[in-house]
Design a protein around this ligand. Structure first.
Ligand SMILES: [Zn+2]
Length: 243
């Protein structure tokens, strides 16, 4: 293929702009501002799950406490009833002994239920505190997520601006170049990753390989408007004064 040396030089500028566009696309894919936002969203999800677990725990404790209170009431009523019977007198010795035995057993049961209730009440307070803490954590995360989203949006908008600007610059650079040459450049870019590179001091600047002496000699003697490709990597190599 033939192309004016100045057109060939413009391919190298286009390759640099393409490299910059590739960098911008990569940055968009691995945006640290996005990673920071994702991290906060994951933290919020975990906090919501933990709050839900704590609330279920509170409900379980509410039920257990209600059950204990009702058991305790029944024991107390029974004790009162038995105590009333003893106080009323007129019981046989055997009945009185049985009732006193039962009263002692009810007293032990009451004490044990009261201990259990005190323990559950304490646990209830602790889990309640967990629920409140989770709520505060979520509120704080919501605020941080809002800020992180703004930062991410700004970073994306900046990237978008850079892409628009670079794309326009590339279009200006490519304007007026022969279609055939641009198509050849695109093929090289697709296959080698880079479309065009400078040949400097016998070395291809795309693959950084020193070309053989015979290849360099052949490149030097080739007509200036010959479009040459690197025998190592296949990119269009553009000759300069110190090739
Ligand atoms: Zn090369």
């Amino acid at each position: 293929m033939k192309a004016a040396p100045t057109d060939q030089r413009r391919l190298v500028d286009i390759a640099e702009l393409d490299r910059r566009l590739g960098g911008l696309a990569h940055r968009r894919e691995s945006l640290p501002e996005q990673a920071a936002l994702d991290q906060l969203v994951a933290e919020r999800r975990a906090a919501v799950e933990s709050a839900a677990r704590a609330r279920i725990h509170v409900e379980d404790l509410d039920r257990a406490i209600a059950k204990l209170r009702s058991d305790l009431d029944a024991v107390r009523r029974r004790r009162q009833n038995d105590a009333g019977l003893v106080a009323g007198g007129g019981l046989s010795d055997r009945q009185a002994t049985e009732l006193e035995y039962e009263l002692r057993s009810l007293a032990r049961r009451e004490e044990s239920l009261e201990d259990e209730l005190a323990e559950l009440t304490e646990r209830h307070e602790a889990v309640d505190a967990d629920v409140r803490h989770s709520g505060a954590v979520i509120t704080d995360l919501d605020a941080r997520i809002g800020m992180a989203a703004t930062v991410r949006d700004t970073a994306l908008a900046d990237l978008e601006d850079a892409v628009t600007e670079t794309t326009a610059e590339r279009a200006r650079e490519a304007e007026g170049l022969p279609t055939e040459l641009l198509e050849f450049y695109s093929r090289c870019a697709e296959e080698a990753g880079v479309g065009a590179a400078i040949l400097g001091g016998g070395r291809c600047s795309a693959c950084a390989m020193d070309l053989s002496r015979s290849a360099v000699a052949a490149f030097r003697s080739a007509p200036q408007d010959d479009v040459l490709t690197c025998p190592e990597c296949g990119v269009i190599v553009v000759r300069t004064d110190n090739s």
